[in-house]
Design a binder for this molecule. Structure first.
Ligand code: GLA
Length: 412
């Protein structure tokens, strides 16, 4: 059978098995506080960079005014350390009153008034990773609380729980969230706590309960961290690719472009590879200080379109050397009658010192449409011309940089 037909079948099968709450049919896009601000709660020392309502409102303002919302970024995510140290006497979670004097419901209204959505963080264990009250024995109370605050997305972490209890508890919470009647995207950190036991990372099961899931280490502000995530996904792609699709996404963690710790080329690499995976694009940076070049990278509509491709396929590493990785992802437009599809292709140079010249014949990448493809450089935003299966691409790729192209079926 032709590979495009096989893909179609795989997608049908996915649709039937995954969590079917109708949410995040495309990978979510947004902004999250963790990697930039961690658990900074000293608002006296850091008045513009601590976990308080002003921070989330300020980022939401930039998100709507600086064009991010218009290219698809939508969720503002509160991460850990937003809570008071104790639950209220009635058992409800409460936000820290000094840092969130208006409360979370006011914050979700702030987001909704600007066409944005609010995400919140909790933990399925007895405490959050930062030591705040966990949901363990309060799943129903907390789900009801989040729904009553008009929260749109829950990142449910997995600190402070016995590993064997995770499947049942994460499943319970899915039913409880559904029962609130509010549409809440459900992000589970479950498999991220099983990195050393891959046999227990049961993605088929996880996809039945969760809209997305973290499955590897936290990203930090460095190129080496980006590379370690890419390396992990490369090595595990055969286990992962079948379970990624509309409504069920692998989450390789936050986008760190817009921070000065990485170069522009490295920021392009991260946006490229995350888009090739159809991964969530959730930035962690300070949108107030992102420079123009980074903004262009984060807002590149043609790159984002690859990420948001409606088929939601996780691209595949098809060729690999010490320094180079070549990735291919089927994207629209497709020609269903002829079983042909367009492709995104990314060539990554992981080396920190060596430039590489690369020649690749299209047919070797699985691109066999006889009439060829109209190819475009997605970072230069320029047309490269028409390429037939026997033709080759030639690219020079700088160290820690990427070549990213889309080759579309012609005349569609
Ligand atoms: C874990 C998660 C991070 C962040 C912190 C908060 O480490 O993986 O993304 O939410 O907890 O404490």
């Amino acid at each position: 059978m032709h590979s495009a037909a096989v893909l179609g079948l795989v997608l049908l099968a996915l649709g039937a098995s995954g969590l079917d709450n109708g949410l995040v049919r495309k990978p979510p896009m947004g902004w999250m506080s963790w990697t930039k601000y961690y658990c900074e709660i000293d608002c006296v020392k850091h008045p513009f960079g601590c976990i308080n309502e002003d921070l989330y409102m300020a980022q939401a303002d930039r998100m709507s005014k600086d064009g991010y919302r218009d290219v698809g970024y939508e969720y503002i995510h509160i991460d850990d350390c937003w809570m008071a140290n104790q639950r209220a006497p009635d058992g409800q979670l409460v936000a820290n009153a000094t840092r969130f004097p208006s409360g979370i419901k006011a914050l979700s209204k702030y987001m909704h008034d600007r066409g944005l959505k609010l995400g919140i963080y909790e933990d399925i264990g007895t405490k959050t990773c930062g030591g705040y009250p966990g949901s363990a024995t309060h799943l129903k109370t907390d789900a009801d609380t989040f729904a009553s605050w008009d929260v749109d997305y829950l990142k449910l972490d997995g600190c402070w729980i016995e590993e064997d209890e995770m499947p049942e508890q994460y499943e319970n919470m899915e039913g409880i969230l559904n029962g609130t009647g509010r549409q809440i995207v459900y992000s589970c950190s479950w498999p991220a706590y099983l990195i050393d036991q891959p046999q227990k990372q049961d993605y088929k099961l996880i996809a039945q309960y969760c809209n997305l899931w973290r499955n590897f280490d936290d990203i930090s502000m460095s190129w080496s961290s980006i590379l370690s995530i890419i390396n992990y996904y490369d090595h595990n792609q055969d286990r992962q690719i079948p379970y990624n699709g509309p409504g069920q996404w692998f989450d390789p963690d936050m986008i760190i472009g817009g921070n000065t710790e990485i170069t522009y080329d490295q920021a392009r690499v991260q946006m490229t590879i995350w888009s090739m995976w159809s991964a969530p694009l959730i930035m962690s940076n300070d949108l107030r200080t992102v420079d123009e070049e980074s903004k262009k990278i984060l807002q590149n509509r043609e790159v984002i379109a690859i990420d948001q491709d409606p088929m939601g396929i996780m691209g595949r590493l098809v060729a690999n050397t010490t320094d180079l990785g070549v990735y291919v992802k089927p994207v629209v437009p497709r020609d269903t009658a002829k079983n042909t599809t367009s492709y995104a292709v990314a060539i990554l140079n992981r080396s920190s010192s060596k430039k590489h010249s690369v020649t690749l014949q299209l047919s070797h990448l699985g691109m066999s449409n006889a009439e060829g493809y109209a190819c475009r450089d997605l970072w230069e935003l320029s047309d490269l011309g028409t390429f037939r299966p026997r033709d080759s691409f030639n690219f020079d790729i700088k160290p820690t940089a990427v070549q990213f192209i889309k080759c579309s079926l012609p005349n569609l």
